[in-house]
Structures are given as C-alpha cells and as structure tokens.
Design a protein around this ligand. Sequence first.
Ligand code: ACO
Length: 702
Amino acid sequence: MDNNHLNGLLRPKSVAVVGASATPGKIGYTVIDNLLKGKYEGKIYPINPTATDILGLKVYPDIGAVPGTVDAAIITVPAKLVLEVAEECGKKGVKGLIVITSGFSEVGRKDLEDDLVKTANKYGTRVLGPNIVGTLSNSDHFNGSFAPGLPLEGKASLISQSGALLIALDAATYTRKVGFDKLVSIGNMSDVDFADIIEFLEEDDGTYCISLYIEGLKDGRRFIESARKAKKPVIALKAGVSAHGAAAAASHTGSLAGAAKVYGSAFKQAGVIQAADLNDLFNRTLALSLQPGMQGDNLLILTNGGGVGVLATDAAEKYGLPLKFAPAELQTEMKKHMPEFGSSKNPVDLTGMAGTEWYYDSVHYALTDKWVDGLVVLYCETAMTNPMEIAGAIKRADVEVGNGKPLCVSFVGGEKSDAAIAWLVENGIPAFNAPDLAVNAIAALREYAKIHQDGGTPRFIPNEKARKASLEVIAKARAEGRNALTEIEAKQVFNAYGLPVTVTSLAKSEDEAVKLAKEIGYPVVMKIVSPEILHKSDAGGVKVNVKDEAAVRDAFQTIMKNAKAYNADANIHGIAVQEMAPWGTEVILGSTSDPTFGPTIMFGLGGIFVEVLKDVTFRVTPVSEEHAAEMLDEIRGAPIIRGARGEAPRDRKALTRTIVAYANMILDLRDEVAESDANPVLVYEEGKGLKVVDARIILTKK
Ligand code: ACO
C-alpha cells in the first residue's frame, strides 16, 4: 500500500488544518469538527496564529512549530495567504495539500494557481484542488472536508469535479442506500487530476468501483490511459455536453465533433461505463460495487407478475441485452416451480401465486444453470407474500450457489418492499423499486465484463518514411503561405501512409489533361485544383465520367470558366485528372484536433448521411482494430455496411484496416495536420477493398 504516492494526501496518518478556527460557522472550524466527529485516528494539528485551543486540541502558530511529521495539510486560509502557507508546508515536508480555498483559476487567477503548484511541487508536495470541499475516507475515518459527514459505508469511491454536488451526494448516500468508501473533491485540478486519483483508487483496497462526476478533463489522453489500465469498473457521468458546441471549422469532421460525441467515444476507448444522469450514476455504481461482471449475454428474468416482466423485457432491449428464450432443459426445471398457467420461457413468470419457496428454488436453479450469465429477479408485493421473506430467500439461494453470477433485483410495492430493498442492498444484492432499473444495473455489469473481454489495446506505430514524404509536401504548401493542401497533395500524404487513393495527376493545360487521361484510362474524373476552392462541386469545378478526348477538352474549359466565375482571385494550380473509381458505398473518414483529447478521428456514412443526418462516430487516436470495428457497428447506418436489402456486405476488413491506418497517420502528423477528410471513400463488396476518392488536409497554424 505504501508505494502509492497519494496515500499521504488521501489517506493521511497525520493532518494539519492551516486556517483552523475556534469560531463555529467558519470552514476552518467545521473541518476540525468533522475530523473529530469522523473519529479520525491520526494526529490532528490545528494551525492558527492566535488561537490556543480549538475543540480541545492544542493549536500551533505555524506548521513549522508542529513537533511530528505531517502527511497532509488542509488549507482554509484566504487565497492571498495560500502561497506563503504552501511554502511553509513544503519546508515541513508535507506530502499533500488539500486546498479548500477558492479564488484561483475559477475567477481568472490562473497565475496564482500556477504559483501554488510550482511552490508545492518544488518540495515534492502534491496539490488537491484548490476550490474543493475536501476529501473523505471511511476506511480511515477521515473526513478532511466541510461536507456533512462521512458517507454511508460502501465499496465505491467517487471523484467529483463539483464540490456542491459532492456535498449533496454525501448526504444522499444514506437515503439512497448507496455506500461509498472515499469521496474526493477535485475542484480546479491544478495538480492532482482524475488520472492520478483513478490510479490511486485502482490500488486502494477499500474501493471496488470508481465513480466519476466530470465537467471537463484537462488531459484527455492521460485520462484514457489511466482508466484503460484500471481493472476495477470505472463509471462516469459527464456534465456540460451541450455548452461546448462545434467550433467553426473548415472540414466536415471539425464541425461534426461536439464534446458529447468525442467524450462518449473516449469513454468507450478508456473502458469507462457511462451514466446517463445522477440517478443512473447512483444505480449503476451500486451494481458495479456489489456484483461481478456478467460474462455473457444470456440474461434470465424471474418474475411473479407479467407487467413488470414486460417492462423488464423492454428495458433489456433498450440497454443492449435483448432477451432470448430459455433453453428447453431450463424451462422444464422452471415449470416445477410454477402453476400450469405460468410461463417458463423468459421472462420466467412464476405467477402471483409464487411464494418464498418457489422464489428460492427458481433462483437457486437459475444461478446454477450454465446457460444463465446473469439473473434479474422481479417481485410485485402481494397480500399472500412477505417481501422480506422473499428477499431472504433470494439471498439464501445466492449464498448457497455462490458461483459469482451477477444478480439484480426489483421489488415493486409499498413500505414492506422498500424495507426489503434496503435489506438486500445491505446484504450485497443491488435492489431497486422499478424493473427497468434492475435491468439497467445488470446491463452495466455486462458492459463492465465486455470491456475486459475485448482487450483492444491500440498500438501507435510511427512511420518515418511516410512522415518524411508528407513533411516535404506540407513544407512546400507552407512555403507558399498556404494552410490547406490541394487534393493532389493531400492524396500524396494519404498514399504515403498506405491509404488506397485514386490515381490523380495535375494537368496545367488542356493538352496535358488529354495526355494524362489516356495514361490513366477512360473514363476519368476532372477536378479544379485551387487552395482557395475547397468545396469544388459547389464551384462547378468537378466533372465525372469524362469518356473521351473531346469530353476532356470540353470539361477542362468548363471547369476553368466556372472556377473563375466562382472566385476571380483564386490561385488555380490546374485541373486534376483522376481515375474514375467504380461506384461503391460512400463513407467519410476525417480527423480533428479535439481541445481535450487531441488528434481524434471520425467515421460515418458519406454523402447525404453526413450532411443531413450527421451519422458519424469518433475515436481518439491511436485506434485498435477492435475499436475500428466497433465504429462500423455503432453508426445508425451500420446495416448498410453489413449489406442491407439483399446487397452484398461491404469490405469491413479493408475499412477497419483503413481506419487504423488513418488514425496512425493523424497521430504521426499531429503537429502538422489540424483537420482532414477523406470524403468520399468508396467501399466495395467484401474482398474488393475501397478507394479514397477525395482528400482534404488543413494544416495547423504555425
Ligand atoms: N496560518 C494559519 N491560520 C491563519 C493564517 C496563517 N498564516 N492567517 C490567518 N489564519 C486564520 C485566521 O485568523 C482565521 O482564524 P480565526 O477565525 O481564528 O480568525 C482562519 O485562518 C481563517 O481565515 P479568515 O480570514 O477568517 O477566512 P475565512 O474563514 O472567512 O475564509 C476560506 C477562508 C474559507 C478559505 C475562504 O477564503 C474561501 O475560500 N471560501 C470558499 C471555500 C469553498 O467554498 N471551497 C469549495 C468550493 S466547492 C463548493 O462550492 C461547495
């Protein structure tokens, strides 16, 4: 345990409160009071220049006067005094500062915050906050905060970017019966951030599930790394997805990448389970902290009521675990515990006649059956049954089988049912008052197991040769004062990284166009090449299916005329003559530099689908083959790739490989490429590959 360097900060053995006060109502008083009320067993050193006794504790005038070592210092002096205090703490050898004080970057004083971190880090002291409520740990009876008290004991730990929310959730742990071991307020994240604490909690014996309330990450890539490495479930609620908005951008990808989509994708890559809202965060946290992952898709539902069974069936589909009929053998067994008119399919309806023994027998059998990967037990309160007895029977069967299959429960009824729910939770079984909540909870357990089954760790392979060739193309464009590559240049870059582009050459004259068309072979496509004309079709700068010499000459003249009419000042390099790829399914690949996650790629269906439906999905680079394959499946148009309405399936393998290569290219050129599109990419039948027909690269500003 001691090799975890944040122990001094989050599980201190001794703590000073700098700014401790004898005046009730002040934060410096409340923190001391909380430490005492929490029954903290470590040493507490109140620091105050004038007081001598605070709540019966000896007070020291400054931290230097403290006789022993101090692991953590909780700081509750006003912002203008914090730097000086940090310096003194550093000199004293304090391991971590818990800076409750506000008045830093959140009010535009980033300079003060930077100075604080610099001062502390100079001595190897880490900083939690500033602008936080503090940090709490049930395992250590440590309430180093001004939150109401230690939370209900439990196996989850929460990191919250909002102090107010942490305080609210702290109290709610008792009413909702969701227990936590640690609550960490992270505030401005000047030094210690989500990634640090995830790594700490991964090693922490008291934590089985890591819950996050996130408003914004500072270093998205580090977050992904630390969450991906975690073996414990990590669940996140992301707030503030609407405020970000898509920045005005020159490429499709830039304009389609909103915070919500990129965060959602990054969470998937990081193996982070998502919560839809606060209630969901509580419910899913409860399940993830009490039950193991669900190792397969076979969910069995047991019920005594048809209505809740149907609601649970709907929920199962909604949360990605559609029900299948139970196998014959299982059905035969289930029939033994129900009347004639019961149903053994799935949901297994034991009927309103189901009493304690039927519940016990069927739960017992279901958990032992090898087809069943996870079990949801539903109960509607009846006059003939006692909810607490039913709860007891479920628990008894679970303990007796004891094979680690996940189990979630829903009781619908009055006070007796609520009491049974509370009892089940106290006894390690997630229980809820609505059937969809129990199904949602088990779906989270399935998501967790899947994350650890797919193992899709991406590998980034720098490509020296391709990089060198690309940098030459880019340098030429920069030398001409351009921040956009022409299509031909962009294709040279794509080609260097092994992306299959259509053969394209530049013709400066009509005769040259004729010569090139002959070499490439008819029919050809002709397109205007001008850094000022990015949307070539809008400018009348594209002719397809140009079939012979006369048509080439005609197209050359028309395109030139249209381009000049569109933008008289445009610098026209010439006309690109290119191989006309046979028509295939249009998709788009693109990239953008996300403010939080850096180089990020996009995939979607092309043409009208991208323009109107915005049917696209994102991944932070690099991308594994598994995640690339997931991208193909998660767009709404996925059936088109799979081969809808009798069409042959598209070449998934080629598409997956191209996505991985595209991501590698974008990461390799991260300092040079701000945004890019391959649009359209034409995808052919299985085994026939794909072609990048048009390419666009916008350079970073230098
Ligand atoms: N060393 C130790 N103690 C000192 C020092 C020093 N160098 N200098 C002053 N003190 C003492 C003061 O004398 C005082 O004690 P006293 O009551 O005996 O006089 C104590 O430190 C506190 O100083 P005050 O000037 O009284 O400051 P006050 O308590 O009013 O406010 C605070 C300090 C709470 C840190 C305030 O500046 C602040 O930042 N408040 C916001 C905190 C917050 O809300 N954070 C969480 C954000 S998340 C959310 O919104 C829930």
